[in-house]
Ligand binder design. Structure first.
Ligand code: ZN
Length: 202
């Protein structure tokens, strides 16, 4: 298997080993499992991947994943709280902790810490401001990471929202410096949410 000459297999191993948490060794094990289960695994996986590729897109308003055939959760009903995160993995971590049940806004990254503050780099900040205004949102919880970039982004967003009526809060400092939300345990997330407060300038 390791020295397989079949190009298709080599290619597949190469792709699979790019997935998070997988090296070449586990990629080979996965590929072998797939090949030994053509009907039960390869076929449904191929179909499902094709459907995901075709039908799942990122919502240009809130950054969440949505089906091309349905409207996004962000266009449903009214809501008065939005939690702002850097990426979908962070949102899933917060959802998994059960601490927050409201709406999300997924920026798609952070602002660079060093450049001028005008480079939004495709981050969904303008659409966040629009959502907050349109829904008369009462609280925006900034759950960006505790890195320099995360802090820069939080302050930039806070500035962008200063003409709205929303209260801007930031997760408590329980989040370790440089810590990414995705990797926090539920207990840390819980206390960071519970003890959230006004964003501190500076
Ligand atoms: Zn949306």
């Amino acid at each position: 298997m390791a020295d397989n000459n079949v190009k298709e297999i080599k290619d597949l191993i190469k792709i699979v080993s790019k997935l998070p948490g997988l090296g070449p060794k586990s990629a080979k094990r996965i590929v072998l499992k797939l090949i030994n289960n053509r009907e039960e695994l390869i076929k449904p996986l191929t179909n499902t991947l094709a459907k995901v590729y075709k039908n799942v897109v990122r919502c240009i308003t809130c950054g969440n994943l949505k089906s091309t055939n349905a409207s996004c959760v962000c266009s449903n009903n009214k809501y008065d709280q939005i939690c702002v995160v850097e990426n979908i993995a962070d949102m899933w971590a917060i959802q998994g902790s059960g601490i927050y049940k409201g709406h999300y806004h997924i920026l798609g990254g952070t602002l660079p810490s060093f450049e001028s503050k005008n480079t939004e780099n495709g981050l969904l900040i303008e659409s966040l401001v629009n959502r907050v205004k349109k829904n008369s949102v009462k609280e925006v919880i900034l759950a960006t990471s505790a890195s320099i970039e995360g802090e820069t982004t939080a302050h930039y967003i806070s500035d962008s929202l200063k003409d709205t009526k929303a209260r801007i809060t930031r997760l408590a400092k329980g989040v370790p410096v440089g810590g990414e939300i995705e990797f926090l345990d539920d207990g840390t997330l819980f206390s960071a949410f519970k003890n959230r407060g006004p964003i501190v300038s500076g």
